[in-house]
Design a binder for this molecule. Structure first.
Ligand code: ADP
Ligand code: MG
Length: 626
């Protein structure tokens, strides 16, 4: 049994055999060529031929054995090769399966950038279903020319430089406009001799990651914009309340040029302890409990002593597992708001305290309003009196002369008739009486209405009083009136119109007599006194009375009676013209009106009141001559 040879051994055996075999041939050919020579030679040749034949025989026999061995070797080699090929095929299938199942795109392109091979992921990327349909085509068959050209430029660069490109980001715009990102590595492809014959590429689709990145970048820039522009302070802190991030507004409040400078610092580095401590305590509590602090008004005190107010909300900051890793917060400056609130409170308190004063002032206002109203009424009243006076004066003036003529006519008729006709005389007499009354009314009206110049002389009031009593002596006696004179001696001289002052006292005495139909007492009192401030101002509302000065010395005359008195509702009206409570024929209602007028013309005043013991007191005050 021949040992099995190695391939090399089999090869050398095979070539050795052929070499020897070809040498034998040439010798046979030279033998045949010399066959036509002489017999000796022929014999020689025949011997040689025989020997050669024997050699040949030997050779053939040995060769056959060798060939058999060779054949066996070859057969075993074929089996080995078949096995190797099978293993190779299995390996290739495995590889293929792996490549096709990879989500990454794998492709091989030749020097002209035509696809030699690729996997399913790549085929699908190009929009076809099987890798085979790609082979022999180029990128431009599947995508816009510009895009394909970009790829091929990269490929050419790799092939020229014979250098791989690792992890480059490629973006592909598809015909439908969508964009795909890939992370690509491309290497030059070599043949057996090391020549560059193309490229091998592997691309991983990172579109999703890229889109997420873009979304994140967008969110980030939005957040950055918010952080940089919002006027509220925003801050993130770790579990130890150290700043990890603050925004622009917070940096400005801290006087930091760059927000990053706050990293690692705490509230204690910026605020006084008065604010930093409670803020720290709040945050530690928040980290312990997870309970947020919402819209808390905080007073911030700063190292230089100034104070600000903020409304603060703080929340726990959690990691993905939900564990609290710090806090974040936002504080809005409400200092201005707080200030105006304080001012408002202060103003309100002041208002409250002023309320009392205001109410008081209001009361005073009300009082003075009422006083003003009263004064206004008095003014209106005085105004009315004046116009009534003017009217009355006009009428009285027109009536006065006809009355005088009628009076003269009656006197003449009476003297003509003598005592002839008693009845006619009686009629004339009655008519004369009525005429006198009418005449006295007309004169009263004129006295009241016509502001005549007073005929003033130095005089004693007591004298005028006595003269007036004298004139009314008869009436007083008839009325059973007791007259009491309490006239002070040595009164100062007054500036008087005697006739008019007499008229004053007569009017007053007549009223007293009429008020005491069953008799009574008439007391006339005169004295001097110094006016106290209240009395001096008493007539302030009276336009026509001259005001007395405080402490001024005056002469007072009081006329008291023990008559009926004046009912309260009539008291205010007694000075009104034509106000009378007496039956027609007895009163004209002009007595007190004229009296008041005369007193005021003298610069004095008149007032009326009911005496507590009954009856009326009229008080006259006269200025003393200077
Ligand atoms: N001494 C008095 N006692 C009571 N009433 C008086 C007294 N003096 C005046 N009067 C009242 O004042 C009114 C007005 O008086 P006066 O002006 O003199 O007009 P007359 O006497 O014509 O009525 C009288 O009608 C009377 O009611
Ligand atoms: Mg009278």
């Amino acid at each position: 049994m021949l040992r099995s040879m190695t391939e090399e051994e089999a090869d050398s055996t095979r070539t050795g055999f052929l070499r020897r075999f070809s040498g034998l041939g040439s010798r046979v050919r030279s033998l045949l060529a010399g066959a036509s020579c002489d017999t000796a030679e022929r014999k020689q040749a025949e011997d040689k031929l025989r020997r050669t034949h024997d050699e040949l025989e030997q050779l053939i026999q040995g060769g056959a054995a060798q060939l058999k061995a060779i054949n066996e070797t070859l057969q075993s080699q074929v089996v080995q090769r078949q096995r190797a090929e099978q293993a190779l095929a299995e390996e290739r299938n495995l590889l293929r399966g792996l490549i096709d199942n990879l989500p990454d795109r794998i492709y091989v392109r030749d020097r002209q950038c035509r696809y030699l091979n690729d996997n399913i992921a790549h085929a699908q990327f190009l929009g076809v279903s099987t890798p085979d349909s790609v082979v022999g085509k180029s990128a431009a068959d599947f995508m816009p020319a510009a895009q394909a050209e970009q790829y091929e430029a990269v490929d050419r660069k790799i092939m020229e430089s014979n250098q791989p490109l690792l992890n480059i980001e490629e973006v592909t715009t598809r015909s439908n406009g969508t964009r795909r990102w890939a992370l690509t590595t491309k290497m030059p492809l070599h043949d057996a001799r090391g020549n560059v014959v193309g490229i091998v590429g592997i691309s991983r689709d990172i579109t999703q990651r890229k889109e997420t990145e873009l979304v994140l970048a967008k969110q980030r820039s939005q957040l950055d914009a918010l952080m940089d522009n919002i006027p509220d302070a925003i801050y993130f802190k770790d579990r130890q309340s150290r700043f990890t991030l603050i925004n622009r507004a917070q940096a400005d409040r801290f006087g930091l040029a760059d927000p990053a400078q706050a990293a690692g610092k705490t509230d204690f580095d910026f605020f006084s302890k008065e604010h930093a401590q409670p803020a720290f305590d709040d945050e530690q509590e928040l980290i312990r409990t997870g309970q947020p602090v919402v819209s808390k008004e905080e007073k911030e005190t700063w190292p230089d002593g100034h104070e600000t107010w903020v409304s603060t909300t703080k929340e726990p900051l959690r990691d993905q597992a939900g564990k609290i890793i710090g806090t974040f917060g936002i504080s809005r400056d409400i200092t201005a708001h707080k200030k105006s609130e304080d001012e408002l409170k202060f103003a309100y308190a002041e208002l409250e305290s002023n309320r009392g004063k205001l109410i008081e002032a209001l009361d005073n206002l009300k009082k003075s309003h009422e006083q003003l109203k009263a004064a206004q009424l008095q003014l209106i009243q005085a105004e009315k009196l004046q116009s009534v006076g003017r009217l009355a004066a006009g009428v009285a003036h027109e009536v006065k002369n006809p009355l005088a003529i009628i009076m003269l006519g009656l006197d003449y008729l009476a003297s003509e008739l003598g005592s002839k006709d008693a009845t006619t005389l009686q009629v004339i007499n009655d008519t004369q009486k009525a005429l006198k009354r009418a005449d006295s009314i007309v004169h009263g009206l004129l006295d009241f209405a016509v502001p005549r110049e007073l005929d003033l002389h130095d005089g004693q009031i007591n004298e005028v009083v006595d003269q007036s009593l004298q004139l009314l002596k008869h009436q007083l006696e008839m009325g059973h009136i007791v007259v009491v004179r309490e006239l002070k001696n040595d009164l100062p001289m007054l500036h008087l119109d005697r006739v008019k002052t007499q008229q004053v006292f007569i009017n007053l005495f007549l009223n007293a007599i009429q008020a005491m139909p069953n008799g009574g007492t008439l007391t006339i009192r005169t004295y001097t006194k110094h006016l106290d401030p209240n009395e001096a101002r008493r007539d302030a509302g009276d336009r026509s009375a001259e005001h007395f000065r405080d402490g001024e010395m005056v002469v007072v005359a009081e006329v008291d009676d023990t008559g009926t008195g004046i009912p309260a509702e009539a008291l205010a009206k007694v000075f009104d013209p034509f106000f009378t409570t007496k039956p027609a024929g007895q009163g004209t209602g002009l007595g007190l009106t004229v009296t008041q007028k005369i007193v005021e013309l003298h610069g004095g005043s008149i007032s009326v009141c009911n005496r507590p013991e009954g009856g009326v007191r009229i008080t006259l005050i006269f200025r003393v001559r200077e």
